[in-house]
Design a protein around this ligand. Structure first.
Ligand code: FRU
Length: 468
């Protein structure tokens, strides 16, 4: 069978990010099997080597010494004809089994309606993977769930005297479910019970990509939730893990935008790092035309604040990419365009707001209409991303994005904004996040302005260097 030659040069494509990781071409979605192994960070990811559309899932592979510069390696795991993963190697994780890297992932059939859990053992450099002859290690959906094709995305960790696994699914009519299993040897698994069942109306009809890990003296569950009336979103729950039960004490939205399928791990320095897939906000046809689709968010370090809110910050290593810089203080900022702009920026800004709105707006130099704005509205206590294209283009999503963001008493608004090609990552006071995409109609996208300049306490903008 001849395949259409993949588009591999993108030097003219200003929508393509400069300092976020994505493969050389084709489709990427979820991060998989993130781990630091012998000092080096490995990122595997859902990858279709055939083109920029979701099909024929493989595990792509990239490595980094600093979480910022990534080198793409050959595909790590491919479907095996006639085997339980013949239709695709779906998402999963990687553990260290007494010195052997072991990948645990979901194998699917051609129609995706049989989803089973599989194992593969890696070579010491994590480059070649041998599938376990006894696959699948979990083949049957627990009877209490009834018939479902949603049974996937294993997340495994080492407990005191056994391995634990959670899988994502749902209970029909009730909501998303996270199922707990245990094992002595990663091969034989015993089903325990649902670790967590969501409320369909609030938390969605199905869960994907669960994570469960200790953070400070609590445990955090992160799930990607498929909602009926809104785009899928990532949720978190904080609580205690006792006698194999999760008792939740607090919950929140991890990201109210295009971030999805997050996967966390602890690195050798003891940091809990999280990776996420940044989805596209343009049509499938545009994605195919572009020849690439999907971006990885800058890995973030996680912690809980004293009110159990899940906080995150892009890893400090990112700051090595900061180049030309401008620093402005209260009184230095007016309605004029700021001195730095362009397509690869890192911005930190603090506002002391007496009322009304504040934020930043990026507009196309020669167009009065095309705009991307990050806005905080104090009257509704919401963080928003507003997008406006010159021509109402049905191929680009311009839906308003927003989430509740309450400032604590006496707290200023602090925004961290990463802008890179068509990617926008916004973090407010470390704890509210909106990831967005914006496909400017022109490469002359360099007019950055402050909304409500009088409220600025300090503003720093850096131009970012490319990682390629
Ligand atoms: C989430 C997801 C996972 C699945 C994978 C398939 O984006 O749907 O549930 O394993 O993507 O590519």
């Amino acid at each position: 069978m001849t395949k259409q030659a993949a588009k591999t040069t993108f030097s003219e494509d200003f929508h393509r990010p400069r300092y976020h990781f994505l493969p050389a071409a084709n489709w990427m979605n979820d991060p998989n099997g993130v781990i630091q192994w012998d000092g080096r960070y490995h990122l595997f990811f859902q990858y279709n080597p055939d083109g920029a559309y979701h099909a024929n899932m493989h595990w792509g592979h990239a490595v980094s010494d600093d979480l910022v510069h990534w080198r793409e390696l050959p595909v790590a795991i491919a479907p095996t004809p006639g085997s339980p993963d013949r239709g695709g190697v779906f998402s999963g994780c990687l553990v260290n089994d007494g010195g052997t890297p072991v990948a645990i992932y979901t194998g699917v059939n051609e129609t995706y309606d049989v989803q089973v859990q599989c194992l593969a053992a890696g070579s010491p450099d994590l480059m070649t993977w041998e599938k376990y002859a006894g696959n699948p290690v979990i083949g049957d959906v627990p009877a209490e769930l009834g018939q479902t094709r949603d049974f996937r995305d294993p997340f495994v960790w080492r407990g005191d005297d056994c391995w634990y696994m959670i899988l994502a699914s749902h209970i029909a009519g009730v909501g998303g479910a996270v199922l707990l299993y245990r094992s002595r040897d990663l091969r034989g698994w015993q089903y325990r019970h649902p670790l967590f069942v969501g409320d369909k109306a609030r938390n969605g009809r199905n869960f994907e990509c669960p994570n469960f890990f200790p953070l400070g003296d609590k445990w955090v569950l992160i799930v990607s939730a498929q909602l009926d009336h809104a785009p899928s979103t990532t949720l978190y729950f904080v609580g205690r893990f006792e006698n194999e039960r999760f008792i939740t004490e607090h919950e929140g939205v991890y990201d109210a935008g295009y971030s999805y399928a997050s996967l966390a791990h602890e690195d050798e320095a003891g940091r809990r790092l999280i990776y996420s897939w940044i989805r596209e906000g343009r049509s499938g046809a545009r994605q195919k035309q572009a020849g690439w689709t999907g971006v990885q968010a800058i890995p973030r370090q996680l912690w809980l604040d004293d009110r159990q809110r899940l906080c995150s910050r892009p890893v400090a290593e990112l700051e090595a990419l900061r180049g030309r810089h401008c620093h402005l203080r209260a009184g230095d900022v007016n309605h004029d365009a700021l001195p730095l702009g362009g397509f690869a920026l890192d911005i930190e800004v603090e506002f002391a707001l007496a009322g009304g709105i504040c934020g930043l707006e990026l507009a196309r130099a020669e167009s009065g209409w095309e705009k991307l704005a990050v806005v905080y509205d104090s009257s509704t206590a919401t963080l928003q991303v507003r997008r406006q294209y010159d021509d109402e283009d049905p191929e680009n999503d311009a839906a308003p994005q927003g989430m509740s963001h309450q400032l604590d008493a006496g707290e200023n608004l602090r925004l961290r904004i990463l802008f890179d090609g068509s990617v926008l990552e916004v973090i407010a006071n470390d704890r509210s996040r909106i990831t967005s995409r914006f496909y400017s109609g022109s490469a002359e996208n360099d007019t950055l302005r402050v909304i409500n300049p009088a409220s600025v306490v300090a503003l720093d903008i850096w131009e970012m260097s490319s990682i390629w």
